[in-house]
Design a protein. Structure first.
Length: 56
């Protein structure tokens, strides 16, 4: 993923899903929740979630 901050500097991140699960919210809406391990080109790492919502 490429990001640009408010100063115009660009950052490239790489994410790997550690775990994932479907989350049914309503009969016509399902979400996928993933725990992600993020890393950048400088060797920095972090963890965070990623959510994707799908409707029928």
């Amino acid at each position: 993923m490429r990001l640009e901050d408010e100063t115009g500097e660009q950052h490239q991140l790489r994410g790997t899903a550690v775990s994932s699960l479907p989350m049914p919210y309503w009969p016509n809406l399902i979400g996928h929740l993933s725990l992600m391990h993020w890393g950048d080109a400088t060797g920095g790492t972090g963890y965070g979630d990623y959510q994707l919502m799908l409707s029928r």
